[in-house]
Ligand binder design. Structure first.
Ligand code: TMP
Length: 200
């Protein structure tokens, strides 16, 4: 599950979890950065606003360090047990935020992706897409902003553009969900995608 800030990822993640349970599909729900004890510590460093500036390279490498822990200690064992893994963000977020938002080199990201994941890629990526202003307002209402939420609007425009570009480049894996619609209609779109996925 991917998307910018405040697009309703948490609510819809819960909806998907319930949908899968109702369809008797065993599911592990997790998030990035994070998902294991060590990866959650890395997440805290990444999200906290602190006096020492975090270099872009350190940010990128911490994303992949957390992901390596997550893959080894949670995702791969869950897949081996036959579970579906439903993840709040994954490597497309690195392309969107570090590649798009921070203008880092996409080939370096692709190289790290290959190093950390080998050939493992998500089967389906749901991109919740909504106007940036709407998402930023929702994020601001949640309270204190983290290190990413505190970025400027241009940063989020680049993030959104990169997500949409990647969706266009990977049409079989990506499904774009219009998250600006009322919740019921968002969830109807998601259900339709899931119905098609399990029918495959
Ligand atoms: P979230 O759980 O509220 O989505 O917060 C995670 C933040 O981390 C979000 O602002 C996006 C950012 N992020 C990246 O910049 N790169 C990544 O690879 C991932 C997984 C998240």
């Amino acid at each position: 599950m991917e998307g910018g800030e405040g697009v309703g990822k948490s609510t819809n993640l819960q909806f998907i979890q319930q949908w899968l349970v109702q369809h008797q599909i065993p599911v592990t729900v997790t998030r990035e950065p994070g998902g294991t004890a060590v990866a959650e510590k890395i997440r805290a460093v990444l999200l906290e606003r602190q006096d020492e500036a975090i270099s872009e390279q350190a940010e990128l490498l911490m994303m992949f360090a957390a992901r390596a822990q997550h893959l080894q200690n949670l995702i791969k064992p869950a897949l081996q047990q036959g579970q579906w893994v439903l993840c709040d963000r994954f490597t497309d977020a690195t392309y969107a935020y570090q590649g798009g938002g921070r203008n880092m080199d996409m080939q370096t990201i692709a190289w790290l992706e290959q190093m950390v994941q080998g050939d493992l890629r998500p089967d389906l990526t749901l991109l919740l897409d909504a106007p940036i202003e709407l998402g930023m307002q929702r994020a601001q209402k949640r309270g204190a902003l983290d290190r990413f939420e505190a970025e400027q609007i241009d940063f989020f425009k680049r993030v959104q553009q990169t997500y949409l570009q990647r969706a266009a480049e990977h049409p079989n894996r990506y499904q774009i969900i219009d998250a600006s619609l009322p919740l019921e209609q968002v969830q109807a779109q998601i259900s339709a995608v899931l119905e098609r996925l399990i029918a495959q």
